[in-house]
Design a protein around this ligand. Structure first.
Ligand SMILES: C[S@@+](CC[C@H](N)C(=O)[O-])C[C@H]1O[C@@H](n2cnc3c(N)ncnc32)[C@H](O)[C@@H]1O
Length: 250
């Protein structure tokens, strides 16, 4: 459903250049656990390329060939070796284990059904070496945020960015929340002053609520070691923006 959104990888990188805090967090996790690192839904390598630059052997798996092409290009330009694999995190078998598996920036929320999520977590479990960790972040769905998904197209000024070829790009988003499925179906419109809606792309994301996440992890055969509410490792609270988990299979 969201493949088209990721089909223009350079546009994605300009829209979401990536925050330093999340980069530092995942970099610190790689340093803490050491060894081989696997990122699922690695995108264009925003986190994995710096982790590989720090000396960790890295593998990135993503569904999107376009995101992987851009990741490969960026890694080569920086002289960094990363193994890039096209695959589906819902069910994968790489035939080896890792010391850290991570799923960053809400990538897990592209899996909509409980079966898909549990399938992913079980696949992760099979890839964890003894003592290894799964670390991931997903947003904490607030009722206020979900109430804004009312089917109305709105300009999101905070998402505007400059594209070297097109100039200033404006972003409008129209979202509808299906409370039964816990899924937000969005349409993202990209426009310049000269060209309205030069890209229109759907983006679908599930919400996972704080009380259901530990249950999904248990079904996946994983145990929660730590849960944070932000990148500074503050405890998770009701108004936290993030659900940031560290899990183990042990
Ligand atoms: C929000 S982006 C995050 C990219 C990267 N992790 C980052 O931090 O910048 C989500 C990524 O998940 C990938 N993705 C979506 N569904 C997937 C699936 N079933 N298996 C593997 N990757 C998937 C998308 O192609 C996209 O690259």
């Amino acid at each position: 459903m969201s493949e088209q959104f990721y089909s223009d990888a350079r546009l994605y990188d300009r829209l979401f250049p990536g925050g330093k805090q999340s980069l530092d967090f995942y970099g610190a996790e790689a340093d803490r656990h050491g060894g081989r690192v696997l990122e699922l839904g690695c995108g264009t390598g925003h986190k994995l390329i710096p982790i590989a630059s720090a000396g960790h052997p890295c593998t990135g798996l993503d569904l999107s060939p376009q995101m992987l092409t851009e990741a490969r290009r960026k890694a080569i330009a920086r002289g960094v070796a990363v193994e890039w694999l096209q695959g589906d995190m819902r069910d994968f078998d790489l035939g080896r284990t890792f010391d850290l598996v991570f799923i960053a920036a809400n990538s897990l929320l592209h899996l909509q059904g409980a079966d898909d999520l549990v399938g992913c977590l079980r696949s992760v479990r099979r890839h964890l070496a003894p003592g290894a960790r799964l670390v991931f972040d997903v947003f904490n769905p607030s009722v206020l945020m979900l109430a804004r998904a009312d089917g109305v197209r709105r300009r999101r000024d905070e998402l505007s960015f400059v594209d070297p070829d097109r100039g200033v790009v404006h972003v409008d988003v129209e979202e509808t929340y299906d409370a039964a499925a816990q899924v937000t179906a969005g349409t993202w419109y990209f426009s310049t002053d000269a060209e309205a809606d030069f890209v229109v792309a759907p983006l679908v994301m599930r919400s996972i609520f704080p009380q259901e996440l530990p249950l999904l992890l248990t079904l996946g055969g994983l145990r929660v070691v730590e849960r944070f509410g932000d990148w500074s490792r503050a405890p998770f609270t009701a108004d936290a923006e993030l659900q940031l988990y560290v899990c183990t299979a042990d």
